[in-house]
Design a binder for this molecule. Structure first.
Ligand code: PBG
Length: 326
């Protein structure tokens, strides 16, 4: 007897009924780059299609995303001047703090604002932690991360995402929030963040390339997977509410294992290089941008991600709405 594998592709209705992976615009997070200044709306050459705003113009970007159904945003700041201690990061009138206040005033609770908590965009040396004779001083960085996150929360952000891979970040932020009366503010930790060449376009956009050495002393070696699970466990034990695996596409094994092993939502960050790669290949006529975008996003959710942070958020939301994916 032949056992036939009916492929459940008979009709469009049946195909959609039996799909294993479902997507929703609610699961997408859209990153924004905000530069200190006024009236800025500038294209980012390394991230074609992405725009850098200033705190007073960011609402235009938010509006455009909301019109597609994307409501969650991850904010990155680019200060006017940088210094050795990254003081712009924890300035109550800093670029991200201003941006949060403006967007909150205009859109209230229709938007969910997540801030990247790291010093690398604010330090003159471009590293994520304090510089002690060209070495990164993990422990003295922690209090500055707490200061940064607290000033974001006071400005009105909804959630903090420590991204510097400093040990103890989650414990430090949790303690600072709780002590400050912000017990309800969740922490989304970049728990498994690899030292990756796919961050190149981001570093152009945020002006945060390290001025000496690299980030291998605090970001992970891509040969290692168990180490990622160990770091995720540590962050979950410290109180992380959501964990991030970053980048996404080359690390779907980690996404999948994280989903199986931990009882917190798993976010995958499809980083700047993944976006730029699709854009560049499409611009050269090698692949079709829309289908490659859809296929790679669905792959991340199929691997088990609950949340996708992506520069394609608006286009994906539209694809979902049209019924092309999800
Ligand atoms: C800051 C940070 C980086 C990214 C997100 N947060 C840069 C880095 O680690 O070098 C990269 C995001 C992207 O490439 O889209 N630590």
């Amino acid at each position: 007897m032949i056992i036939r594998t009916r492929r459940l592709r008979g009709s469009e209705i049946l195909r959609r009924m039996t799909r294993e992976t479902r997507l929703s615009a609610d699961s997408l997070v859209y990153p924004f780059f905000i530069r200190e200044g006024k009236g800025i709306v500038e294209d980012l050459p390394s991230l074609p299609g992405q725009i850098r705003y200033s705190p007073d113009t960011l609402s235009k970007g938010v509006e455009a995303a909301l019109s597609k159904g994307v409501r969650s945003f991850l904010l990155f700041g680019i200060p006017e001047s940088k210094d050795n201690n990254g003081s712009g990061a924890y300035d109550d009138d800093g670029v991200v703090q201003q941006a949060i206040r403006n967007v909150r005033e205009e859109f209230g609770n229709d938007v969910y604002l997540i801030t990247d908590v790291c010093l690398c965009g604010y330090t003159s040396h471009g590293h994520c932690g304090l510089n002690d004779n060209n070495k990164i001083d993990n422990d003295s960085t922690l209090s500055l991360l707490a200061k940064t996150a607290l000033s974001h929360v006071r400005a009105g952000c909804d959630m903090a995402a420590p991204s510097g891979m400093m040990d103890g970040s989650v414990t430090t932020l949790r303690a600072a929030f709780d002590a400050g009366g912000f017990t309800d503010i969740p922490i989304m930790s970049y728990a498994a963040k690899y030292a990756s060449s796919f961050y190149g376009p981001f570093r152009d956009a945020a002006g945060s390339a390290p001025q000496f050495g690299d980030r291998k002393s605090y970001q992970m070696d891509y040969h290692n997977g168990i180490e990622a699970l160990k770091r995720i466990k540590k962050d979950v034990d410290e109180g992380a509410d959501i964990i991030i695996v970053k980048p996404a596409l080359s690390y779907l094994d980690i996404v999948s294992k994280a989903r199986e092993q931990f009882k917190v939502p798993v976010a995958a960050y499809s980083v700047s290089g993944e976006y730029a790669m699709i854009k560049a290949a499409a611009a050269s006529g090698f692949i079709d941008e829309y289908s490659a975008m859809c296929e790679s996003a669905v792959g991340v959710f199929r691997a088990g991600a609950d949340i996708l942070i992506t520069y394609f958020a608006k286009e994906l939301a539209e694809a979902i709405q049209r019924g092309h994916i999800g």
